[in-house]
Design a protein around this ligand. Sequence first.
Ligand SMILES: NC(=O)C1=CN([C@@H]2O[C@H](COP(=O)(O)OP(=O)(O)OC[C@H]3O[C@@H](n4cnc5c(N)ncnc54)[C@H](OP(=O)(O)O)[C@@H]3O)[C@@H](O)[C@H]2O)C=CC1
Ligand SMILES: O=C(O)CCC(=O)C(=O)O
Length: 418
Amino acid sequence: MSDDANPFESLQEQIDDAAAYLDVAPDVINRLKYPQRILETNLSVEMDDGTVDVFQAFRSQFNGDRGPYKGGIRYHPNVSRDEVKALSGWMVYKCAVVDIPYGGGKGGIVIDPSEHSESELERITRAFATELRPFIGEDRDIPAPDVNTGQREMNWIKDTYETLEGTTAPGVITGKAPDSGGSAGRVEATGRSTAITAREAFDYLDKDIDGATVAVQGYGNAGWIAANLIDELGANVVAVSDSSGGIYKEGGFDPKAVKEAKNESGSVTSYDDYDEELSNEELLTLDVDLLVPAALENAIDGDLAQDVQADVVVEAANGPLTPDADDVLTEREVTVFPDILANAGGVTVSYFEWVQNRQRFYWTEERVNDELERIIVDAFENIVDAYESKDLPNFRTAAYVVAIERVAKAYQQSGNWP
Ligand SMILES: NC(=O)C1=CN([C@@H]2O[C@H](COP(=O)(O)OP(=O)(O)OC[C@H]3O[C@@H](n4cnc5c(N)ncnc54)[C@H](OP(=O)(O)O)[C@@H]3O)[C@@H](O)[C@H]2O)C=CC1
Ligand SMILES: O=C(O)CCC(=O)C(=O)O
């Protein structure tokens, strides 16, 4: 894994690549490359042993032209100001690609959650929610889960916000547990849109997903659900990994059995029915029909991209390919379907959750999945149309062309056109 590329610079390069094909004023493009504001805070929190630790935390509000800022909160030791800026920018274009009425935001705490007890994590999360309170709100900025956060943290943030505000406001955050105002289908949504994108991609490329071999890097919320739903499409998940390494089985894994083993012991590598152990680099360069990076940014850089043998890459993670890797894979005719489409199911069902919270009227899982299917298939078709009609180099640029046009139009209509 390369850590050389600065994700914020990668985002700006992706915007510039698309701008070359757009009739949008350079001043507007320039505006769309920078966050509108960033909260940086240091959380002083009492640990279980009575000492006080300090945790750096961020929330970036990148662009609100199309609606409230929207995006997850990540807990990871490598969280940084530039990473959060990039992730918040990717949210802007993701929400525009699926045409939901949000801008983009993202937050994070520099922390290794595995080093903390649940009660420490609760105090840290509530301290962050207290700092976030003036910046977030149902119509202002709506956080959600990301790496190492989930329903538990979202419930704590909702409770802290509502307590401080003295009201109920379930739509201030999404990804909550269903009993606390969460939506059916939100846990599965990111993996579901990844699987829908893979299915549409194979169909578009005249390839058969039934029997296709698949490698999945990362076996958390996005990765394991994607693996499971792609397996349900008839594909053969032959390799999976997490931060401890990977495993390969020629005949294919049962994704649920691997997940059960990981739940029990912490890693996919504890699953005992495999042919070979693999490093993450080996997994990313396997000769498979479909590669699904579902871990972190910069998993594949320009050098590693030379060795990628997959025919199709569908990005469940945000930013898993550096711009150099993109160039190499475009040149080598490996087809990449980008993060801002493939993992957009998460924020789309977050949008459904927010709509349900505002209406106090809850949908069935079937309705959630049907609406998600429609939105992702429409977005896929819009991107393919742009790719073909404008003769674009790849589907990432096509996705940004579609998205930037929409954000620029909202800005223009707000009356601020330069
Ligand atoms: N959750 C969501 O709704 C959405 C998530 N995403 C993106 O999907 C990606 C994954 O997020 P999510 O699944 O939620 O996070 P999780 O925390 O649930 O899972 C992350 C997974 O990545 C693995 N991982 C971490 N570092 C590495 C590494 N160096 N090599 C291999 N695997 C690694 C983790 O391993 P281990 O289990 O060992 O820690 C874990 O299995 C991120 O890019 C995120 O931004 C995008 C849209 C929505
Ligand atoms: O559900 C959301 O609002 C955002 C999820 C997210 O952080 C992402 O799509 O990267």
